[in-house]
Ligand binder design. Structure first.
Ligand code: NAP
Ligand code: GLV
Length: 313
């Protein structure tokens, strides 16, 4: 099988992925984008990590596009993405576990005021705050897919009352209150001390984290955006922090990445900035996930983790 690997990698990342994929599928012939351009009719599959738009055009034998990223919003935004070719996204238990850890860390830091203590340290201020229990700190997780379910499960195991919102309500996690639909969301928001966003970016979810939603949360709530920057209306977040509606935000993803040096989020005392690392794709496990799907495509077997393009995730 001839497989092209393309993405917005730096040289070291490209080398690591080439090695991991070649080790996971040594029988394949791995092509660089340049080699694929020289012999486009030979390319049978593509392994991609947010490749430049247009990268997958003109490959007539392509039978699978396997993303190394879980979120495929950037791929789907490319109008030249071949329409009839199955698109699979990355689903890797190691990534789900990393995301759950990030959600738990952020929620614990909000519940136990650890971000507030970090601010106090910078001021040289010794001031104990009232300690709160996990069981009095309801958490609302938006999205109950691979990432959201893992986060909800870990948070519930740590003693937080967890509600998980999804589109269909189909994927309930034991110990987590599953809800779906707009009415249920707006009923759940006033109880949520921490809101964790793990939705895919689609036409329906873009800009969901806005002034109206923040206004429905209890005063002093925390917002944790681990999904995509365009879920958040940035000006509304700054206003909600200024008014006290929100106490703190943990942001891993941004409308423009890397976050521009002059962006107000960098210096904001009530915002914790992470450089899109809530759950990195781990090539040690993800290469095996990709290889399993590539072999299935080669052998005409059912493909895993296919994106439904019309729903956007
Ligand atoms: P997923 O398995 O596709 O799950 C998506 C979840 O969102 C599903 O529960 C889905 O509902 C729900 N959903 C979609 N549209 C909705 C809507 N309009 N209203 C309510 N619920 C809706 O995705 P995933 O693997 O968990 O990943 C989620 C996102 O995390 C990715 O798309 C990506 O943007 C982000 N991500 C970030 C990082 C990072 O490092 N920051 C790493 C990986 C992924 P149903 O269950 O009903 O379908
Ligand atoms: C990271 O954000 C991913 O979608 O894998």
């Amino acid at each position: 099988m001839n497989i092209v690997l393309c993405g917005d990698f730096d040289a070291a990342e490209a080398r690591d992925w080439q090695q991991a994929l070649a080790a996971a599928m040594p029988e394949a012939h791995w092509l660089s984008p340049g080699q694929a351009r020289a012999a486009p009719a030979q390319v049978q599959a593509a392994v991609v990590a947010n490749p430049p738009p247009g990268s997958l055009q003109g490959l007539p034998a392509l039978r699978l596009i396997q993303s190394l990223w879980a979120g495929v919003d950037r791929l789907l935004a490319d109008p030249t993405l071949p329409a009839g070719v199955p698109l699979a996204r990355m689903v890797d238990p190691a990534m789900n576990a990393a995301m759950a850890e990030t959600a738990l860390w952020a929620t614990l830091a909000l519940q136990r005021d650890f971000f507030a203590y970090a601010r106090q340290q910078r001021q040289g201020l010794w001031r104990p705050l009232r300690q709160r229990r996990a069981d009095e700190w309801p958490v609302l997780v938006l999205g109950q897919g691979e990432m959201g379910r893992g986060a909800a499960r870990l948070l519930a195991g740590a003693g937080f009352p967890v509600t998980g919102w999804s589109r269909s309500g189909a994927a309930a996690v034991p110990g987590v209150r599953g809800i779906h639909g707009d009415v249920a969301l707006w009923q759940a928001l006033p109880q949520a001390r921490t809101l964790v966003n793990l939705l895919p970016l689609t036409a329906a979810t873009q800009g969901l984290l806005d002034a109206r939603l923040f206004g429905a949360l209890p005063a002093g709530a925390g917002v944790v955006n681990l999904a995509r920057g365009r879920h958040l209306v940035e000006a509304d977040l700054l206003a909600a922090l200024a008014s006290g509606r929100l106490a703190h935000a943990v942001l891993d993803v941004f409308q423009h990445e890397p976050l521009p040096a002059a962006h107000p989020f960098w210096q904001h005392p009530q915002i914790t900035v992470l450089p899109h690392v809530a759950a990195q794709t781990d090539e040690r496990s993800a290469a095996a996930v990709a290889a399993a799907n590539l072999r299935a495509a080669r052998d005409g077997l059912p493909l895993q983790h296919l994106v439904q393009r019309q729903r956007g995730y």
